[in-house]
Ligand binder design. Sequence first.
Ligand code: CMP
Length: 140
Amino acid sequence: MNEKTLSIIKPDGVAKNLIGDVIKRLEEAGLKIVAMKMIKMNKEQAKGFYKVHEGKPFYESVTDFMSSGASVVMVLEGEDAINRYRELMGATNYKEAKEGTIRREFAQDIEKNVVHGSDSEETADFEIKYFFNEMEMTPR
Ligand code: CMP
């Protein structure tokens, strides 16, 4: 099924100059970037984005981290895009991520794990609308 998913290159990925590397992997995998921008979230915006994790032990820390610097947000489109992008990222905990995945190669810990990706169609819909309006979505 043709799907859209939200990708974030997190502040650690941007700080380590990994934007080009991550985008190269997405493009080589055949995922189309249909929207993209660089942003810096404030704490409230990061809390709104990760609302689903409210109350979890890492909520304060991850929202501090996500509001600590610039991120690149993108909408990716393609056949089975949600799962294909998750395969490219690897597991949330880089220690459990497969060899060759983005997180396995570049993450420094479970929080500073370089990239984010939506985990379902419902989440993708919420996350895409959180950052992009209709005019910013460019059919290709
Ligand atoms: P992400 O896929 O963006 O979803 C939630 C984020 O919280 C996760 O990546 C990590 O950056 C961060 N995080 C920190 N600790 C944990 C944890 N124990 N489990 C899941 N996510 C965590």
